[in-house]
Design a protein around this ligand. Structure first.
Ligand code: AMP
Ligand code: MG
Length: 281
């Protein structure tokens, strides 16, 4: 199954989240059944990220957005498990600080976009500025409604400067969210993840769905597409995201850079050093 195609939101299309099944799991029955493919993707991701780092010509920005408990942290853990930490960055965007609020909303975002060679994941992003900000009326409609175009322009500028952008919305339903809240309650090791706002935000479920639908519909572009990932099954979410990452990185046709040293000269030096070692023995 080609998940890159299946879950990609085409530019100009109108998203209706309640028409998308969050329980979808493709051709696979369960996690065991998908294990082989998951491992294959992990191996490929490791090779492709190494190549991106070595090539040092472009970067990959992965944006993760979702409601509480939808699996942003789990996805990050899974996706990066196979990558070399030296070439990876993660940034989590929280409620803006006073300093951040004193700037335009893209200021803090732009500082953390990846430099060439890096893979960066954003755990939340500038999309919060048309999601939580809209749902809670933190700025007027006149202000947030202009942001879709501003975001598209901002992302276009990044893409024009060799940053590839993939945006994932992790789609769960209300029932699954509650069952994950319960797992957190039942497991003392997860209590730190519980926040007062979880239940308050849940009250705004429908407003969030509407805000997400508009953000995804208006900002899924050919240069920076959104993917809606059915995420009630964590293993399927990981499978789909990793497949889309592999497909995208493979399509870039990356190449190892030419060596800066003269390899033949170095080879001669190596053999001379080897002879020296023999003589010394
Ligand atoms: P978490 O990701 O669960 O640690 O929570 C981070 C919190 O920061 C969430 O409640 C977000 O909605 C909030 N947040 C992130 N970005 C913004 C923003 N631009 N304006 C207001 N709240 C934000
Ligand atoms: Mg949270």
């Amino acid at each position: 199954m080609n998940y890159s195609k299946k879950f990609r939101v085409e530019q100009g299309s109108k998203v209706k989240l309640d028409e998308i099944d969050p329980n979808y799991k493709g051709d696979h029955e369960n996690k065991d059944d998908a294990q082989g493919e998951l491992e294959k993707h992990a191996q490929r991701l490791s090779e492709l990220q190494y190549l991106m780092y070595a090539e040092n010509k472009r970067s990959l920005l992965i944006i993760l957005q979702a409601l509480d408990a939808a699996g942003k942290d789990g996805t990050i853990n899974h996706v990066f498990a196979s990558m070399n930490p030296q070439g990876c960055r993660v940034y989590a965007f929280k409620t803006p600080s006073a300093e951040e609020l004193a700037h335009d909303y893209l200021w803090r975002i732009h500082q953390d976009t990846p430099r060439k060679g890096l893979v960066t994941i954003f755990n939340r992003s500038h999309y919060e500025d048309v999601l939580v900000v809209r749902v809670h009326n933190l700025v007027s409609k006149e202000v947030w409604s202009k942001r879709y175009d501003e975001i598209n322009n901002f992302e276009k500028e990044l893409v024009d400067n060799d940053t590839h952008i993939l945006k994932f919305y992790l789609h769960i339903d209300k029932e699954e969210q509650l069952s994950r809240f319960k797992q957190r309650l039942d497991d003392p090791k997860r209590h730190w993840k519980i926040s007062e706002s979880d239940y308050a935000e849940r009250e705004h479920w429908n407003d969030y769905q509407k805000a997400y639908e508009e953000a995804i519909s208006k900002c899924s572009t050919n240069h920076a597409p959104w993917y809606i990932i059915p995420s009630n099954h964590k293993w399927f979410r990981n499978l789909a995201v990793s497949q889309i990452l592999v497909d995208t990185l493979e399509s870039l046709n990356m190449k190892f850079p030419a060596p800066t040293a003269n390899i033949e000269d170095i080879r001669k030096k190596y053999h001379a050093a080897k002879e020296e070692m023999k003589k010394d023995k």
